[in-house]
Write a protein that binds this ligand. Structure first.
Ligand SMILES: [Zn+2]
Length: 403
């Protein structure tokens, strides 16, 4: 190549001018293209029982503390199904979907960090947790004991002027006072599973307060829906391996073994609680359980589980998200004489949420097939079918996935 001094001068000029261009703010923004923010976006609005309608609303102007997230996917929760079928919380019309995740496409100038202190940028993958609109200064470290029961959650707040309030949508408008986490290091399936997994992280934390759950404990997990299956996975990541799963569905029990249960008991194979208790005992090689997790919403399930626990053992009851009626137990035999320590568990705290991110990485690292929990995927246009699939008890976790 024949390069004379005039050419060199020209090249240097070009290089310098292009460097100035890169350092200029306007060009810097252009260098990292931001997904265009549309003027309007769709929201799946539950407008009547068993009826979602896709409604198009303007996206409001972002305030200095607000964040606009483009939704990638959202799990269907039992709570969504109850609301869809019966509206027990009188929320209709409501934008549902609280197990969602997506990508930040725009944010106000005051937004710098997430609720755990991690930096937030355009393009980061995020999940939201609670909304503390009256107390926006709360951080996850203040909240060891306060669980989500006392706060608002996106996907379960009444419709208002913003409308983009649930994750069954194209975009969600995350307003000031919300807790948000940067989870860019988790894949989409893991991010969709964060919310239900946090329920189990919390339950196991509650169980640990009894002092009974230990490294080599024998643990019964009764109920092998998503909650019971994730319970098994959480126990496995803690190094607890002696787990017996109890359910009435052979497929779910087979999956429980894939998730790490050592043994399984199908209650349909046994007639009466005494025979079933023997079945559980045999599954542990002749011992009762040190600890039990009750993950069904069945009063009979609650009554039965005491029989599976040894004297001095412990129980965590977490199956009754809704009122399933009274359970009949014998306090003399079931609690006093055996000195059973019982804890209840209800949703999760912000700190449990952060622990869940680590759990999901660990579960993957030890080869637990977490992604198999998502058995059905629907586009937003088929939101009604997604909810009906959940109601018909098909599969495990149903998810709405946006293109
Ligand atoms: Zn949920």
């Amino acid at each position: 190549m024949d390069v004379n001094s005039a050419n060199i001068e020209e090249i240097v000029k070009q290089v310098l001018s292009s460097m100035q261009g890169v350092s200029a703010p306007a060009t810097a923004t252009a260098a990292k293209p931001v997904g265009a923010v549309p003027k309007t976006a769709r929201v799946a609005m539950l407008t009547a029982l068993e009826k979602f309608e896709l409604k198009e609303y303007p996206i409001p102007a972002l305030g200095d503390d607000d964040i606009l997230v483009k939704v990638e996917g959202c799990g269907v929760c039992g709570t969504d199904a109850h609301e869809f079928k019966r509206d027990p919380f009188s929320l209709i019309p409501v934008a549902l979907g609280h197990e969602g995740t997506g990508e930040i496409v725009a944010m106000g100038k005051n937004v710098k960090k997430d609720s755990a202190g991690k930096d937030l940028h355009i393009g980061d993958k995020v999940v939201t947790c609670m909304i503390f609109k009256d107390n926006p200064d709360i951080t996850m470290y203040d909240l060891n004991k306060q669980n989500v029961g006392g706060a608002d959650v996106y996907g379960l707040i009444p419709d208002d002027d913003i409308h983009h309030n649930g994750w069954f949508a194209d975009y969600i408008f995350v307003r000031k006072g919300s807790t948000i986490f940067n989870v860019s290091d988790l894949d989409l399936d893991s991010r969709i599973l964060i919310e239900p997994c946090a329920v189990l992280i919390h339950a196991v934390e509650r169980a640990k307060t009894t002092g009974i759950l230990r490294f080599n404990s024998r643990v019964v997990v009764q109920g092998c829906g998503p909650i019971g299956l994730i319970c098994i996975a959480v126990l496995r990541t803690m190094g607890i391996e002696n787990i017996v799963a109890v359910d009435g569905d052979a497929n779910r029990l087979a999956f429980a073994k894939e998730m790490g249960a050592e043994n399984s008991v199908n209650f349909k194979d046994f007639k009466g609680i005494e025979a079933l208790t023997e079945g559980v005992k045999n599954a542990f090689g002749g011992y009762l359980a040190d600890f039990a997790f009750q993950c069904t919403g069945s009063p009979v399930g609650h009554a039965n589980i005491y029989k599976f626990i040894r004297s001095g053992g412990g129980l965590c009851e977490l199956g009754f998200f809704i009122n399933g009626g009274d359970a009949s137990i014998n306090p003399h035999f079931d609690i006093c004489a055996k000195e059973i320590t019982t804890v209840g568990s209800w949703v999760y705290t912000l700190r449990d949420y952060a622990t869940t991110f680590d759990f999901l990485k660990r579960a993957k690292a030890i080869g637990l097939p977490m992604e198999k929990l998502i058995t059905h995927r629907f586009p937003l246009e088929q939101i009604n079918e997604a909810l009906q699939t959940n109601l018909s008890m098909q599969g495990l976790k149903i998810a709405v996935i946006n293109k």
